[in-house]
Design a protein around this ligand. Sequence first.
Ligand code: URA
Length: 205
Amino acid sequence: MSGDSGQEKHEAWEQIKAQAAEQFGGALVFGEGPLDARLVIIGEAPGEHETAQKRPFVGRAGQLLDRLLRDAGIDRAEVYLTNVVKIRPTTEAGGRIKNRPPRVGEINAGLDILLPELTLVSPAALILFGNVPAKALIGKNFAMGANRGTWFTTTTGIPALATYHPAYILRLEGPPYDETRAQVVADLITAREALTTPPQARALA
Ligand code: URA
């Protein structure tokens, strides 16, 4: 991206980020990547490493994501990465801070930032990792087993394909690990192909 329009887009992005910082404070992990990216990847929420580095997908799931993208022929540097929930949802157990699933209010607060973020980047397609972004953007009846890997319309107007979250793959072992990993790579290849052939997306019933 170059010239005045690139500069204006960057300023608008900084404004959304500043609004998010005001809303969520110092633990904010905002999206990153080229503002003219044709693919946007949306995760659930940052974890410990993302919070420490203030960057999405830099922990173990992020490292697996890098390998999945490479296997699918997608350059991470060309993708904009972000999350629905902008700060790490935590709980304390046995004196330790752990991740927990985000609450509905946290998802809705994150969407107030995510939607303008997506409108600004305006990619050709979205890749949604896991049920949280899939239910938030495709519809509450989204079911990963039945609906992954196909194109749906979203409230943003941008077509989206949802697949298993890399963090979910990391919890599997043996053949289920290999099978699920292969499914995710296949879904990422489908997403990459949508950059040359616009997807036929449908609304989720
Ligand atoms: N999991 C997510 O959903 N997002 C991140 O940024 C990291 C892990």
